[in-house]
Design a protein around this ligand. Structure first.
Ligand code: FES
Length: 107
């Protein structure tokens, strides 16, 4: 049986918000858009650096896209696809997860 690691409670991630997660060296982030949760590696495909400019700040002002703080690349929330900026066409790395008893967990 695979051991699942709980990352956070879904109650900590309200609608239209994002959250950074650090697991040792590994950086991830989660977004809640309209009740759907998405989890990605926190690494911009342009320079391979973290996306946020302040803790838990991953979205653009309208909260329509994930935005890289360094050169402003915009990514779709549901697919992590870059639609504007220096890495247009590249994708964020999605992480599969399960929600177990209200906790977002990864294998
Ligand atoms: S590092 Fe993200 S757009 Fe350049």
């Amino acid at each position: 049986m695979t051991t699942m690691t709980p990352l956070f409670s879904i109650s900590e991630l309200p609608d239209n918000s994002a959250k950074g997660i650090e697991l040792g060296e590994r950086k991830l982030f989660a977004v809640n858009q309209k009740g759907n949760i998405y989890l990605y590696e926190n690494r911009c495909p342009h320079k391979g650096i973290p996306l946020e400019w302040m803790p838990d700040t991953f979205l653009d002002l309208e909260k329509q896209f994930i935005q890289c703080a360094t050169h402003g690349a915009l990514f779709t929330i549901d697919q992590g696809l870059c639609i504007a900026g220096p890495c247009t066409g590249a994708k964020l790395v999605p992480i599969s997860f399960e929600v177990i008893e209200g906790q977002v967990c990864i294998a």
